[in-house]
Structure formats: C-alpha cells, structure tokens
Design a protein around this ligand. Structure first.
Ligand code: OAD
Length: 276
C-alpha cells in the first residue's frame, strides 16, 4: 500500500477488554444478568428509566478506574503519524481512544460521557451520574468502593428500593437530571445508540469506506449491523481487509488477512509494521 493510503479502522469491545472493561458477548459479559432489552433499547427507557440510568451510570463511573491499553496507544500513534487519510470508527461507548490521544475518531454507538435532551434535542458532555434515583446494588457490582460511592453520592432521592416502578414522571421531578441547554428536568438520556436506533455518522463512515485502501477490524464479534457489514463494503470497493481479534469473528471469512491474539500485542505489532 502507498504510504499515503486511506485507512479505516473499526474497533469493538475487544480493544478495551485488556483495560478492564467487559465485552458484550463473553461468558462473563456486560449483559449477563441484564437482558439487552432491559437496558439498551428505547422501550426499556420508556418502561424503566431508573434501571437504564443506573446501568449506564455504573458504566460511566467505571471509566474513571480504567486506562487506555497498548492497543489504544498504538492506534493513537498511527493516527498522529499516518500522513494519508485515516478514520477510527469505534462501536465502543468508552473514552479510551481519545484518552490515548486519537483525534480522527467517530463514536458510531454514542458515548457514555454525553447526554441527549429529549426536550430540546441538544447533545452535550455529561460528567457523573444521570440518574436521580437510588442505585441498585447489582448494577454497581464489580465497581470499586470509590466508584460505588461516586454513583451513590448522587443518590439524592431514594434509598428504599422498589426502583422498578419509577418512571419518567418521577425523573422529571427532581434536580439531578437537568438539561444544561433548556434546563428541562428529567429529560436527559444517555447519548448512546440503543438497539433499534440509527448509528451515528453513517454518511461519513460510508464515504470513508468508499475511499479506503485498507480496512481493519479490531476486537469486534461482527454480530451487530451495520458495523458487521463494513468489511463487505470495503471489499466491494477494492480495499484490502484485515481482522485482528482474539478468535475468528462471525465475519472472519470476509477478510483478506486475519491475525489472532490479544489486541494489546497484535495492534502495536501491526502499527509498527505499517509505520516501518
Ligand atoms: P462483542 O463483545 O460482541 O465482541 C468482542 C470481540 O472482541 C469478540 O470477538 C472477542 O473475541 C474479542 N476480544 C475479546 N478480548 C479481546 C482481546 N483482548 N484482544 C482482541 N480481541 C478480543 O463486542 P462488539 O463486537 O464490540 O452495541 O459488540 C458490538 C456492539 O454490540 C456493541 O457496540 C454494542 C453491543 O450490543 C450497542 O450497544 C448498540
């Protein structure tokens, strides 16, 4: 490939696994104990906003306990040094790519550290919990005591359990879920793309795939569309395709080259080869 080739890199939960964030589909995965329908759909939010908020509050708090690993750092180095076009498209809602220094980055499934106001439509940075409700102990399992305290310090309303019955009307009634733009109460949701919703930046991603010389997929199971179909778009447009993963993904047969191992080892090795 020419030194000025266009590169598109897709990352998934596997790149953050060695930082200590659970993947989605592993045996000990994030969704274990929580059906995806209960925490990652607009219907779940309409039915039980408290549960959804607390689930994401716990995930957001966890970010303070983890650091980018060698794979994130290697991609940030590639971003800084690659003189051709480059785009990192992540399905991850964590902030480890940007904390490693990546700049040419899109979060197609949204970000834990952003909120979206359902009243005025604004999206904005969000720090700390979004939930005005008490925390269910099982949602903060696995967090350190300090993260649990961080989550619970925002527990201004309830300590009596029974959270399953709390709905949006109650969210509206207190002051810890206020839109910084229109000041509406209880209308801010996580700016995360839930199942059944359209991923972000699809136009920009498709344009990049159309002009890619190399498409690399790192640490993703290839189970969730549209991201799982990027390799086929890239193939169709004549790009070379590479998969880096712990094991063959569901779409592994579509890749020209496959490298299996830990992202923290395989990604730095690949970047070093590319940069020469
Ligand atoms: P998955 O949990 O489905 O897949 C993670 C992949 O990473 C698996 O193929 C693992 O083999 C691999 N893996 C695990 N540890 C690794 C390591 N140390 N090095 C390299 N690879 C490793 O996560 P995603 O494919 O990212 O969507 O999931 C895609 C989407 O499904 C998520 O963004 C999320 C989820 O539902 C939404 O929330 C909309």
């Amino acid at each position: 490939m020419s030194p000025l080739g266009n590169i598109v890199i897709l990352t998934g939960a596997g790149i953050s696994a060695e930082s200590g964030l659970q993947t989605f589909r592993a045996a000990d995965g994030l969704w274990e104990g929580h059906r995806v329908e209960d925490v990652a759909t607009p219907e779940a939010f309409a039915r039980d906003a408290a549960l959804v908020h607390q689930f994401y509050d716990a995930r957001r708090a966890r970010l303070g306990e983890v650091e980018p690993n060698a794979a994130h750092l290697a991609l940030a180095r590639l971003d800084a040094e690659w003189r051709g076009k480059l785009l990192i498209v992540t399905q991850n809602v964590d902030d480890l790519h940007e904390r490693a220094g990546a700049k040419r980055l899109l979060h197609m499934h949204g970000e834990l550290k952003r909120g979206w106001c359902l009243a005025c439509g604004e999206r904005f940075a969000w720090k700390g919990p979004m939930s005005p409700h008490a925390v269910r102990p099982e949602l903060v399992d696995g967090l350190s005591v300090s993260s649990q305290e961080e989550v619970q310090s925002f527990d201004k309303l309830r300590t009596n359990g029974g959270l399953g019955d709390l709905g949006r009307s109650e969210l509206r009634t207190n002051g810890s879920n206020q839109c910084p733009s229109c000041q509406a109460e209880g209308q801010v949701r996580p700016d995360i793309v839930w199942f059944g919703e359209m991923p972000y930046e699809m136009e920009a991603i498709e344009a990049a795939l159309f002009h890619a010389d190399l498409f690399v997929s790192i640490g993703t199971s290839g189970a969730v569309y549209p991201a799982a179909g990027f390799v086929q778009t890239a193939n169709y447009r004549g790009a070379r395709t590479l998969e880096i993963n712990l094991e063959p993904s569901q779409g592994s047969i579509f890749f020209d080259e496959r490298r299996y191992g830990r992202a923290s080892e395989e990604v730095p090795k690949w970047v070093a080869e590319l940069l020469g």
